[in-house]
Design a protein around this ligand. Structure first.
Ligand code: NAP
Length: 283
């Protein structure tokens, strides 16, 4: 992660960072950028379809807001397109001609490929960014891909987003899709499992609060242990809590018999198919 004043792009401090769309992801990114001091609030300019969220963002973080998307595009060096994929074509229509070749134009839209984006964004250095919601607490995975390899863009992306978590540059859109499914949608998949955990515990007489805490600490504890066990495979960590013919082994054997891996893989594939459907329907 970046420390203050150790930016790869020395121009970052004077750049204007624009967001078109002020939803959940924008709020997470703005919070991380401002709190980490990667950029100053006055460097950030945001527009949204309706004004409510803008007022809140301005009050909370001291960022600038604009009534028109076009103003954001005209004023900013980096423009982040942060609306739902299905809203992207309509949003871009009115601003399509406003981009310039020097701008970094970052799309967050899941399933919207470069070949679609380049038809809609007239100019600019196109980047696809795939963050996940743990970025809110600086524990995100932020995958990005530049349409054309560009050191200036890559270093700016690192500077802007490394305070929000681990920034991963990929070289193929298929990899970005895989990162989106496993890490962005994946956050939702992990929550699904946590809900089953919590329900099972609560059904055995623990309060909801206790069940929630026990679930969170189990997932967090396992993750932290893996994170702090350099050079030790996850499989090895698992074997350390599993004695032959013991309790954990019985549970794991059932998970394997019931083909939990297959269930997960199928769910990942289903999510991937949906991303491709979105991509086709936006062409
Ligand atoms: N949430 C995640 O975990 C996640 C992870 C990875 C990527 N993404 C991507 O991030 C993007 C945003 O997701 P989100 O969860 O932040 O969505 P969201 O909370 O629904 O926010 C979308 C925002 O876009 C605004 N908007 C829609 N059309 C607009 C237009 N024409 N001009 C200006 N603003 C417009 C909406 O305005 P209103 O207030 O008027 O509705 C809304 O505030 C999506 O493309 C998604 O695929 C999200």
């Amino acid at each position: 992660m970046n420390q203050m004043n150790s930016f790869k792009n020395p121009l970052l401090k004077s750049m204007k960072i624009g967001f078109v769309g002020a939803g959940h992801m924008t709020q997470a990114l703005v919070k991380g950028m401002v709190q980490s001091k990667a950029v100053r609030p006055e460097q950030i300019i945001i527009s949204n379809r309706t004004p409510g969220k803008l007022i809140k963002l301005q009050e909370t973080f001291g960022v600038q807001t604009r009534a028109q998307n076009e103003q954001v595009v005209e004023e900013c060096d980096v423009v982040i397109l942060a609306m739902k994929p299905q809203d992207l074509p309509a949003a871009i229509e009115s601003i399509a001609g406003a981009f310039n070749e020097h701008q970094i134009v970052i799309s967050l839209a899941a399933g919207i490929t470069f070949s679609i984006l380049e038809k809609q964004v007239s100019d600019g250095r196109l980047v696809r960014l795939m963050p996940n919601t743990p970025s809110l607490i600086s524990r995100g995975i932020l995958g990005f891909m530049c349409q054309e390899s560009d050191d200036y863009v890559s270093s700016t992306m690192e500077d802007l987003f490394s305070s929000l978590g681990v920034v991963v540059e990929v070289d193929l859109e298929e990899k970005l899709d895989a990162l989106m499914i496993s890490c962005s949608s994946g956050t939702g998949f992990v929550f699904e499992m946590m809900m089953y955990w919590q329900d099972w515990i609560a059904e055995r007489g623990f309060t909801d609060e206790e069940a929630r805490l026990m679930t969170i600490e189990t997932f967090l504890g396992a993750s932290m242990l893996a994170a702090q066990s350099d050079g030790i495979e996850i499989e090895e960590l698992q074997s350390r809590v599993t004695s032959k013919k013991g309790v954990t082994a019985a549970g794991l054997s059932s998970m394997r018999e019931l083909e939990m891996e297959r269930v997960l893989r199928l769910s990942f594939e289903k999510a991937n198919m949906r991303a491709q459907e979105i991509s086709r329907s936006t062409k």
